[in-house]
Design a protein around this ligand. Structure first.
Ligand SMILES: [Zn+2]
Length: 379
């Protein structure tokens, strides 16, 4: 199957990439792939990298080049993924050095930066020089939620490809075709995930994930007092912190073990010369955890937004399908009691809360303020 088969619901972007990769196309050396989380930015960037390396020139999915790019083992395709809060200047300097090298076996050298928006302004400058005049066979691919997330100097040197969130139907079809999910379940999951492919897969395959989401929807619509809201916010932030810590700890342990093993140490004792490097790993882990807490909370807020949006759709008699049909009763009850105007204000409040958490407001404060507001409005 072609490497493009997983890039679903993005026909204009796929055409743009395929044209550029064809012999008649003009290949830009710096690309910026933008799109909301879950739209498949990195899948699209990898498919393009495979197409550039493909022995058939099409991204056939069968040849050695396509298969190794897809598996992440092609020597001339470097992918930088990060779950840290920021990409350091040193990391980017390393990438710039890689990008200077001629391809070892492939047609091009491709460097994909999955979260290019996580670079600090100083780091942007290091990158800028590299993408201004790359060696003739090097292609940079930066991925970010939107073009505004990158410095204008970088943006203006990139060819921009914009992905949109695929429709629930397209995502459901992918889950059925690729992951063998039962069609009904795939559709429920895709609708709840609102086009976010990774989340849809999680809802479809992880037992209890969808039920937990419906429980928090009921809890949100059941908030009636400020005291109750404060407790709910506390519980929510605690859950998010625990989830993030579990994940960050697992990654940190793995990294530490890998680092010590590659340094030839197998008794777990860190010699003084390596202590600062191990300490750096631990600090990275802490930063990663901070970021994960924010990601988990943002997912919760997006869910809350979809529940309130369902309430609004009923209040406006919009005749649209609900994102959360599993909690229809609670949504109907809320819609019947309140006014659309209040619901619109609450939707705004959710977005404000997301912005505050993405900024530097302590998550607990932001969530408390939001839930208290919901509780008062729904009373
Ligand atoms: Zn191929």
């Amino acid at each position: 199957m072609s490497v493009w088969a997983e890039v679903v619901g993005q026909e204009p972007a796929v055409q743009q990439f395929r044209r550029a990769a064809s012999p008649e196309g003009s290949l830009a050396q710096a690309w910026l792939v933008t799109g909301p989380p879950g739209s498949g930015r990195s899948t699209a960037a990898r498919a393009f990298a495979a197409t550039l390396q493909c022995e058939e020139g099409t991204g056939c999915g069968q040849c050695q080049a396509c298969r190794t790019v897809t598996a992440g083992t092609h020597p001339d395709v470097t992918v930088v993924t990060t779950d840290k809060l920021s990409i350091s200047k040193e990391e980017v300097r390393g990438l710039v050095l890689t990008a200077q090298q001629a391809p070892a076996t492939g047609h091009r050298r491709v460097v994909i930066v999955e979260d290019a928006d996580r670079m600090s302004p100083g780091t942007f400058n290091v990158l800028l020089k590299a993408i201004e005049e790359p060696p003739p066979l090097t292609v940079w691919m930066l991925c970010a939620p939107s073009a505004q997330d990158l410095a204008p100097t970088i943006r203006s040197r990139c060819r921009v490809v914009t992905l949109s969130l695929p429709s629930p139907q397209v995502v459901a079809d992918l889950l059925v075709r690729r992951d063998g999910v039962d069609p009904d379940r795939a559709e429920r999951a895709a609708r709840a995930a609102q086009g976010h492919i990774g989340l849809a897969l999680r809802y479809a395959t992880q037992d209890g994930a969808l039920a937990a989401r419906e429980d928090s929807a009921r809890e949100l619509l059941g908030l009636r007092g400020v005291g109750q809201a404060v407790l709910a916010a506390q519980a929510l932030v605690e859950r998010a912190t625990a989830e993030a810590k579990e994940h960050a700890d697992a990654v940190a342990a793995e990294e530490r073990e890998h680092f010590l093993r590659s340094a030839g140490i197998d008794d777990g004792r860190v010699p003084p010369a390596l202590r600062s490097q191990v300490k750096q790993l631990e600090e990275d882990a802490k930063r990663r955890q901070t970021r994960l807490v924010r990601d988990v909370l943002d997912r919760y807020l997006l869910d809350a937004h979809s529940v309130l949006r369902d309430v609004l759709m009923l209040q406006l008699n919009a005749g649209r399908e609900l994102v959360n049909p599993g909690v229809r009763q609670d949504i109907e009850a809320t819609a019947g009691r309140g006014s659309a105007l209040v619901t619109v204000e609450l939707l705004d409040a959710v977005q404000t809360s997301r912005r505050r958490i993405a900024g530097n407001v302590p998550p607990l404060l932001a969530v408390e303020a939001l839930l208290a507001r919901v509780a008062i409005s729904l009373r």
